[in-house]
Design a binder for this molecule. Structure first.
Ligand SMILES: [Zn+2]
Length: 258
């Protein structure tokens, strides 16, 4: 059982694993003369690139929407819309649902596009947990991490942000590393709470992965990333005085009998 909950598709893609993200972009920004235009894509360029990569995603994975998958996607979109009121960037937060049951995560594309895989839904018992996962992915974009990955590819591989044919959706699927993954939990919890969701959803999602992992591998210790993330959300709940925010909403996945 993979513990890679919301580790952003690291199951799928390793293409950008070697990129020196963040530090490379920061160093370049500092060295760049102010007269030169910024290397980051504008919001509208990012949105267009993300939309093209979402289409590429659907095409390469053979996604054929069904009435059922569209209803689930619309439900998840409603959650994203409620979270989107509290983001710093004004982007069209857009959910793309891939019902594959074997992939238990999601990832963020440029410009507000977010892929949620079907496998992770089976770990959820509350709408708050869906919000936790979606908010985590939103933060990869809202926190500028996806933009820095774009910068990095522009610099290292001379990509043109206006030519989507040069880009691959999978380049945005790799993990951002523990520090930024944990940061997205923390920032995601902030917008989830503002949208009326329980921050404990981060904890229960992680605990679900640990519990099922223990069934499949009783003698293996839980992944440190999962226990670290549980520790982090517990500290954040205490620091923010969120202890009373335990009430959760029922997960209302269309077609699930409820
Ligand atoms: Zn992530």
């Amino acid at each position: 059982m993979s513990p890679r909950f919301v580790v952003c598709g690291s199951l799928v893609v390793i293409v950008v694993a070697a990129l020196a993200l963040g530090t490379q972009a920061d160093a370049r920004t500092r060295a760049m003369p102010s007269a030169e235009p910024p290397l980051s894509a504008t919001d509208s360029q990012e949105i267009a690139l993300g939309a093209a990569l979402a289409k590429q995603f659907d095409s390469t994975r053979g996604i054929q929407p069904t009435p059922e998958s569209e209803r689930i996607q619309a439900y998840l979109q409603g959650i994203a819309d409620s979270l989107g009121h509290y983001t710093k960037r004004r982007l069209p937060w857009t959910i793309h649902f891939d019902p594959h049951p074997g992939i238990k995560s999601g990832f963020a594309l440029p410009g507000g596009h977010i892929v949620i895989w079907g496998g992770i839904l089976s770990y959820m018992a509350t709408e708050d947990e869906a919000a936790a996962v979606i908010a985590h992915e939103i933060e990869h974009i809202d926190n500028g991490q996806v933009s820095r990955r774009i910068d990095s590819l522009v610099t290292s591989r001379h990509r043109d942000v206006t030519d989507a044919s040069q880009w691959r959706w999978g380049e945005f699927g790799a993990s951002y590393g523990p520090v930024l993954e944990y940061r997205c939990d923390s920032l995601g919890a902030e917008i989830a709470v503002k949208a009326g969701y329980s921050p404990y959803a981060y904890k229960t999602m992680m605990e679900s992965f640990i519990a099922l992992g223990k069934v499949h591998a009783p003698n293996a210790p839980p992944a440190k990333e999962l226990t670290d993330r549980i520790d982090q959300i517990q500290r954040q709940i205490a620091e923010e005085h969120w202890e009373s925010l335990t009430q959760t909403k029922r997960l209302r996945l269309p077609g699930a009998g409820g």
